[in-house]
Design a protein. Structure first.
Length: 251
């Protein structure tokens, strides 16, 4: 038995590398503002390789989506074990709201990224996305999860208003993004983020409008019809992360 049905919209989203990279860009922006981001600074791994850490989170999500129920549960249990080690090292627990926030990002950017690159999703498809990640959260034992997509929308909006703040960690993470990406790729990332993130995230990060990237995005969509998108994408992406991207594509 598969964790996600083979014909589910969730597999279409998480089997599309372009969409995953947009999910990655959106999450990279919002994650920097989360009030619990200091937890990943505690291990020292995030500031050293922020893009690598985010890639690993996205790769885990993709692995779960394309696994059997047994394999997915094992992967989710492994995620919890890793976090429990971090909690033991800091002698305190990661709050449930912090876990929920990351889960909400996966739901929200799955929807946003697909709609920017492909088409509008139906309510039923959005509910499928919610249900998939609700199952992940339920397995993790996260308290206070919304029971359906409508409740999630309300809680997500509240979370955006209450749990995000521009801090020294936000500033440092974006400095690290620029360092690892280079000025041109960093500028491109910010424009993609401006196109995809919620208004609150854009306001806090001062990303500006996403309109300047739309003509480039249109040309990129055309390039996919002629199967030119992969060479173009490889030119844009930093060489250090091509292995992770090829791994995503292999799935």
């Amino acid at each position: 038995m598969d964790f996600v049905d083979k014909h589910s919209i969730v597999r279409k989203i998480w089997g599309n590398t372009d969409v995953i990279l947009f999910i990655f860009a959106g999450a990279a922006a919002e994650f920097s503002l989360n009030k619990a981001v200091d937890w990943l600074y505690f291990t020292g791994k995030l500031p050293k390789d922020p893009l690598g850490r985010l890639f690993s989170t996205v790769a885990y999500a993709q692995k779960i989506v394309f696994s059997t129920l047994t394999e997915a549960n094992a992967a989710i249990d492994q995620i919890m074990m890793i976090h429990q080690h971090v909690e033991a090292g800091r002698s305190t627990k990661i709050p449930d709201w912090a876990y929920r926030d990351v889960l909400f990002m996966l739901i929200d950017y799955s929807i946003r990224a697909f709609e920017v690159l492909e088409r509008k999703l139906t309510l039923t498809e959005k509910e499928e996305i919610f249900t998939t990640f609700y199952q992940v959260g339920y397995r993790m034992g996260i308290n206070g999860l919304p029971i359906n997509f409508v409740a999630w929308r309300v809680m997500h909006e509240q979370q955006l208003q209450e749990n995000l703040i521009y801090s020294c960690f936000s500033h440092d993470l974006f400095d690290q993004y620029k360092k690892h990406l280079g000025a041109l790729r960093y500028s491109l990332m910010r424009k993609i983020q401006a196109l995809i993130v919620p208004l609150k995230v854009n306001e806090l990060l001062k990303l500006g409008e996403g309109k300047p990237i739309k003509p480039i995005l249109t040309l990129y969509k055309i390039s996919r019809k002629f199967k030119l998108n992969k060479p173009l994408r490889n030119l844009i992406l930093p060489a250090a992360y091509k292995v992770q991207i090829l791994d995503l594509e292999a799935v």
